[in-house]
Design a protein around this ligand. Structure first.
Ligand SMILES: [Ca+2]
Ligand SMILES: [Ca+2]
Length: 254
């Protein structure tokens, strides 16, 4: 009986472990970032998802899993036209492979189930070499930008939102690929291809930061043209005076 009890207990634990550990509920606020490879402040008001070595997908080459230090944080936004994903990846072996075989690269894969049938993969590598993937046709309608830091990079991408709208729950997941050398002989992927996170498109909108300089257009309109000319002439005179001084110094040295 003891053996049976142990067996049942083990089976129960195994069944519990089948539940994907990476499945999470994430909220995307409504907001439009600038696609420039920099994490806009408005992303940090919205939901995000962490990817690290606790979520193993695949590895190629010897000791690839142990060799990878890659972790990532993906931020989500959306508007009437696009999903926005911005992922900051910490990667101590950032390499430009040129995307060998259309998948081997330090890259972020965005998995989205648009039709409830099959997940689309939309990828962009750390150097924005191209937007590529599988089971998707609108790569040319996506917009991406990347930046590279010291042991890190950011992939920011706008993906057409399709028929999704406010209130919908979108099945998504993120995978980060980490290779160690330009030949991509060894590498590992962390995250998930299962679109097992529920991304809720919230009706709440982000708060845009105040512009740093608030100019008054009316004040500019009132400025007389004469003053601008005088000012320009003043600058020209100053430049001439500086040039003359430079000539004098030059002459004194010789
Ligand atoms: Ca940005
Ligand atoms: Ca790498």
């Amino acid at each position: 009986m003891k053996k049976l009890a142990y067996f049942l207990l083990s089976a129960a634990i195994a069944a519990a472990c089948v539940i994907p550990a990476q499945a999470a509920d994430v909220t995307a606020l409504k907001g439009t970032p600038e696609i420039d490879g920099v994490i806009d402040e408005i992303y940090t008001q919205s939901g995000s998802l962490k990817t690290d070595s606790s979520l193993f997908v695949w590895a190629t080459g010897d000791d690839a899993k142990a060799a990878s230090d890659a972790t990532a944080q993906t931020y989500f936004l959306y508007d009437d036209d696009y999903f926005y994903f911005a992922t900051e990846v910490k990667d101590g072996t950032l390499v430009d492979t040129g995307i060998i075989n259309n998948w081997q690269a330090d890259a972020v894969e965005h998995w989205i189930n648009f039709d409830g049938v099959k997940a689309s993969k939309i990828s962009c590598d750390a150097f924005n070499t191209s937007i590529y993937g599988s089971d998707y046709t609108d790569f040319d309608k996506c917009i991406a930008a990347t930046t590279q830091g010291d042991g890190s990079y950011v992939v920011e991408i706008a993906i057409p939102i399709g028929s999704f709208a406010t209130g919908d729950v979108v099945p998504v997941s993120i995978q980060v690929n980490d290779f160690f050398a330009a030949d991509a002989a060894s590498g590992v992927a962390w995250g998930s291809q299962k679109t097992d996170n529920n991304l809720t498109l919230s009706a709440d909108e982000v708060s845009y930061p105040e512009p740093e300089v608030a100019e008054d257009p009316a004040a500019d309109a009132d400025e007389p043209t004469e003053a601008a000319q005088t000012s320009d002439m003043g600058i020209a005179a100053a430049v001439l005076a500086m040039s003359a001084a430079a000539v004098v110094i030059f002459k004194k040295k010789h």
